[in-house]
Design a protein around this ligand. Structure first.
Ligand code: NAD
Ligand code: DAO
Ligand code: ZN
Length: 368
């Protein structure tokens, strides 16, 4: 079949809208009509050329929601008409990683996904016979895409696509880092560095579990109003204080119980660790730093009880946890609507990257 898609031909170049050939689903795969997709910082990171694993030409996009149109042989858990969210972190429930119960980093399709291919090592997308690569196993910047069954969360059919697509990355990454990775408890003091599409969801998660002080740190003062709406109790603009770490230690009487780095800046990662409480502070790295970057601190920070952790997709097991998060949204337990600041047509997708870079948008969503 043919599908309309935004194609990334080369790093650093705008996406172009193309009519792409799409092969039907093979064994264990599902054809999905994408109804809406968010534009995440990570799509920009890959498009910019900063991602060493970025491959071209490719169809980017990993924050979508849509409807099953067809299933390949061997698919047993999904059928035509089911509503789904594609998962860049699959959940096979059979690999060593899934069975460990210690991580959400399922490895079942990791090797081929990292090469921009489906599990049989080929691409379903092409233009005039030239293969176009998949991206993160999802390629939601295409109106139709093929995804392995184990990388699709089945969701309720009354959830609006243009809102719940954000659960495919940003919402789950932020909420999950609080709930699944850090397991923040009621009454804890939390510091959140970076109040963008991820950090605001960390704030919403911290409020949800009953955190006491929720301190937001951002160089963009315009993020303050939205962050307060989501539960932030204190705001620090690093440009307005002598020392961010000292400021947080003062507000929290010794340091935050948990901190979250939601920027991808290694200097800030150090601050995020060092502002946590001696003896038990945990700092969770969510931001993706530039290729080759390294983090550092004095080892005594760890000797004296602070812990550094990372979180991918919020530690969520996609097929299990994503449908629950959709329910939370539908039950009014979490706010997604206010974070979606712009709706765009696929033809205007490059504007979504501009809005992100200028700091004007929290999330732009493309509606097909
Ligand atoms: P964003 O651009 O929407 O937000 C980043 C925020 O950080 C902005 O508000 C910006 O003003 C602020 N900021 C920038 N430099 C700062 C500094 N030095 N001090 C304080 N604030 C600063 O980005 P986002 O979509 O929220 O993504 C954040 C990071 O998370 C990115 O690196 C992204 O690639 C990563 N990410 C990680 C995962 C994961 O699973 N670990 C998932 C999605 C995104
Ligand atoms: O299993 O080796 C692996 C990698 C899994 C991918 C996790 C990606 C998390 C961070 C990237 C941001 C995604 C939007
Ligand atoms: Zn697995």
């Amino acid at each position: 079949m043919k599908t309309k898609a935004a194609v990334a031909w080369k790093a650093g170049q705008p996406l172009t809208i193309e009519t792409v050939d799409l092969e039907g689903p093979k064994f264990g795969e599902v054809l999905v009509e994408i109804k809406a997709t968010g534009i995440c910082h990570t799509d920009y990171y890959t498009l910019s050329g900063a991602d060493p694993e970025g491959l071209f030409p490719a169809i980017l996009g990993h924050e979508g929601a849509g409807v099953v149109v067809d299933v390949g042989p061997g698919v047993t858990g999904l059928k035509k008409g089911d509503h789904v969210i594609p998962l860049y972190t699959a959940e096979c429930r059979q690999c060593k990683f899934c069975l460990s119960r210690k991580t959400n980093l399922c490895q079942a399709v990791r090797a081929t996904q990292g090469k921009g291919l489906m599990p049989d090592s080929s691409s379903r997308f092409s233009i005039d016979g030239q293969p176009i690569l998949h991206y993160m196993g999802t390629s939601t910047f295409s109106n139709y895409t093929v995804v392995p069954e184990i990388a699709l969360a089945k969701i309720r059919s009354d959830a609006p696509f243009d809102k719940v697509c954000y659960i495919g990355c940003g919402v789950t990454t932020g909420l999950g880092a609080v709930l699944f990775t850090a397991k923040v408890e009621a009454g804890a003091n939390v510091a959140v560095f970076g109040l963008g599409g991820i950090g605001l969801n960390v704030i919403q998660g911290a409020k949800m579990v009953g955190a006491d002080k929720i301190i937001g740190v951002d160089i963009n003062p315009e993020r303050q109003e939205m962050a307060r709406k989501f539960g932030m109790t204190h705001f620090i603009n690093p440009k307005e204080v002598d020392n961010v770490v000292d400021a947080i230690v003062q507000i929290t009487d010794g340091g935050a119980d948990y901190s979250f780095e939601c920027i991808g800046n290694t200097q800030v990662m150090r601050q995020a660790l060092e502002c946590t409480h001696k003896g038990w502070g945990q700092s969770i790295i969510i931001g993706v730093a530039e290729a080759g970057a390294e983090i550092s601190t004095r080892p005594f920070q760890l000797v004296t009880g602070r812990e550094w952790k990372g979180s991918a997709f919020g530690g969520a097991r996609g097929r299990t946890d994503v449908p629950k998060i959709v329910d939370w949204y539908m039950e009014g337990k979490i706010n997604i609507d206010d974070l979606i600041t712009h709706h765009l047509k696929l033809e205007d997708i490059n504007k979504g990257f501009d809005l992100m870079k200028s700091g004007e948008s929290i999330r732009s969503v493309v509606v097909y």
